[in-house]
Design a protein around this ligand. Structure first.
Ligand code: HEM
Length: 191
């Protein structure tokens, strides 16, 4: 068992197989299956993205000042770059699957234009798009400097770390109303 589950991809593969059994077992002949699969992938990727955002904000950033100097490279050279890899790609694919749901249901443009009936999900989409923009165009470029993935002098590194932190905090803040918009459209209907 330890050998089997010691490999992450075995656990992911078995989980995916079980999900397929449940999915086709209950909804195999449902005409809305593609819509359902997009929602499933969207939530899965959203968990990966926002889960890592919360890891940075609730765990890594507050704990770093307490980590002894000689141990800090363990985080900055190994853990953070790996976390940022999954973080930014999960953000991109959350956007793609989210827009995909809007397209499958034929309301993506009405939502982005905040038309009646789609204002709440439209607002959620805009908030999440701003968050994804922050990830790819502000947090990631600044983290590359702060973590030494690209060359930068000490002053630039310190400024880049602060900018990345502020935008990561901004995304944590935005995630709370964004998630309400995501879930309330389905649960309570459009407004
Ligand atoms: C730009 C990025 C995003 C876009 C374009 C987007 C778009 C959408 C759309 C169109 C829906 C379907 C709403 C409905 O008709 O019921 C939805 C649902 C949802 N989204 Fe997002 N979303 C994005 C980011 C996120 C993020 C970051 C999360 C975080 C976990 C998230 C979590 C959810 C959840 C939980 C649902 C409800 C699924 C359901 O009720 O079936 N979304 N999203």
């Amino acid at each position: 068992m330890a050998k089997l589950l010691g490999n992450l991809w075995n656990a992911v593969g078995i989980g995916a197989l079980l999900a397929l059994v449940v999915l086709f077992g209950f909804h195999g002949d449902n005409p809305g299956l593609v819509n359902g699969i997009f929602r499933y992938l969207h939530v899965l990727l959203g968990i990966m993205w926002i889960g890592l955002l919360y890891y940075f904000n609730f765990v890594q950033i507050p704990t770093m000042p307490k980590v002894p100097a000689e141990l800090k490279p363990g985080v900055s050279k190994y853990i953070a770059p790996e976390a940022l890899f999954w973080f930014r790609w999960a953000a991109l694919f959350t956007v793609i699957t989210g827009l995909g749901i809007g397209m499958i249901n034929g309301y993506w443009l009405d939502a982005l234009l905040l038309k009646p009936g789609f204002r709440v999900i439209g607002l959620g989409m805009w908030l999440a798009l701003i968050m994804a923009f922050n990830v790819w165009f502000i947090i990631w470029p600044n983290q590359k400097k702060a973590l030494g993935i690209v060359d930068a002098d000490a002053d630039t590194k310190a400024k880049a770390a602060t900018t990345a932190m502020i935008f990561s905090r901004t995304n944590t803040l935005l995630s709370l109303p964004m998630l309400w918009c995501m879930v309330s459209q389905g649960a309570l209907g459009g407004v």
